[in-house]
Design a binder for this molecule. Structure first.
Ligand SMILES: Nc1nc2c(ncn2[C@@H]2O[C@H](COP(=O)(O)OP(=O)(O)OP(=O)(O)O)[C@@H](O)[C@H]2O)c(=O)[nH]1
Ligand SMILES: [Mg+2]
Length: 362
């Protein structure tokens, strides 16, 4: 799972990235200032993994990972006049979701002084739409010139594609992001390779100033909380970064006092799973206990492919038990004895917390 942190200058992207990845090294994140994107990795804590580790005492443990890519400010090497091509932009296109960091109310950010979180969010929506529109426009033009010299056999398909792009473009011009447009599966497949920004899930993170905590607390303004198809959370990035330097006991005390119960890492992890609609299955054994994040409603054969493409290809069956049941049994042997290991086929829909052993032909 990869989240791209974007935003206008000084919104707090790098501070948030350092707080979430617990990178106390102040150099981390500064790279973004020189036109580079900085990648940070967070291991996803999961008590279900810990419990299975107690059961199996494996040689290695692999937690799920969340990657945060801290981008330079929008307008500095990325977006706006700075362009929508180049390596930075293609890195942005690769992300699974976008996280737009905005300063909380009453703060001033770079660009023209006072910018409310609502205005920042609206401006970024426009920026993202512009980037997509430019790509759509280029594609339509290319299809038009392609149509001129096209063989009759190719015409129908090119025409259909052109109509799709024109339709998507028109809707985007009416402020409907591609994610929320009515597009069927076949069409989505055509669009996917263009990695449109407004086709990605978007999370707005309101970075509340610690001095404002006392007044409104950690709150997402209503206008941002109720935007269709978008999620929003509030954090206090600076505070989170400062807490990293403290002991657990001190952190707890500060959190209580300031009314910030959840740390920004957990907020971001939870938001990422919800945003991307991910669940987790586990593989267990004496060698390795591992958490695998997958999209909800993934079928067993596709889940197998996450582990290895050979397992997907040679898939026979999946032996499945829910982690809770496995814990109750205390071992796979006991679970088998009690008949709790179910054999499931290719089309079984993997559930959150399933422990799976894939049986496959090599
Ligand atoms: N008071 C306060 N300062 C903050 C907060 N978040 C970030 N800052 C400060 O604001 C400045 C900019 O923060 P960064 O995290 O570097 O912001 P950025 O979005 O990465 O900035 P660019 O990469 O330059 O666009 C730094 O001096 C931070 O210490 C906050 O919640 N409260
Ligand atoms: Mg930065």
């Amino acid at each position: 799972m990869e989240l791209a942190l974007i935003g206008f200058p000084g919104a707090g992207k790098s501070t948030l990235s350092r707080a979430v990845t617990e990178a106390v090294d102040p150099k981390v994140g500064t790279g973004a200032r020189w036109g580079k994107a900085q990648v940070g990795v967070v291991k996803v804590p999961d008590p279900r993994v810990d419990q299975q580790v107690k059961l199996f005492r494996p040689q290695s443990v692999v937690q799920a990972e969340l990657r945060l890519v801290d981008f330079p400010a929008w307008g500095e090497g990325l977006g706006k006049g700075a362009g929508i091509t180049g390596e930075l932009f293609s890195m942005l296109q690769r992300a699974d979701a976008l996280v737009h960091v905005v300063r909380g109310l009453g703060e001033t950010t770079g660009e023209g002084g006072q910018m409310t979180p609502q205005r920042a969010a609206a401006e970024m929506d426009t920026e993202l739409a512009f980037a997509d529109l430019a790509i759509l426009e280029r594609r339509v033009q290319r299809l038009e010139s392609g149509l001129k010299g096209a063989k009759p056999s190719e015409r129908a398909q090119l025409l259909q594609e052109k109509q799709l792009f024109e339709r998507v473009k028109a809707a985007l011009e009416q402020d409907v992001p591609i994610l929320r447009q009515e597009i069927d599966d076949a069409e989505r497949k055509v669009l996917r390779e263009f990695q449109f920004l407004t086709a990605k899930p978007l999370l707005v993170v309101v970075n509340v100033d610690e001095r404002a905590l006392g007044e409104g607390g950690l709150r997402v303004p209503d206008e941002l909380a109720n935007r269709p198809g978008q999620r929003a959370v509030a954090v206090c990035a600076k505070l989170e970064e400062e807490l990293l330097a403290m002991s657990e006991a001190e952190r707890a005390e500060f959190r209580k006092e300031l009314g910030v119960p959840q740390n920004s890492r957990d907020v971001m992890i939870q938001a990422a799973y919800e945003l991307l609609d991910m669940v987790t299955f586990l593989t267990v054994g004496p060698d390795e206990v591992r958490a695998w994040p997958i999209e909800r409603n993934t079928v067993a054969v596709r889940a197998a492919g996450k582990v290895h493409s050979d397992i997907e290809r040679g898939f026979i069956r999946a032996e499945v038990i829910h982690e809770k049941q496995l814990l109750e049994c205390g071992s796979l042997v006991e679970a088998r004895k009690r008949g709790l290991l179910r054999l499931e086929g290719k089309t079984y829909v993997v559930q959150d917390g399933d422990v799976i052993n894939f049986l496959f032909n090599v």
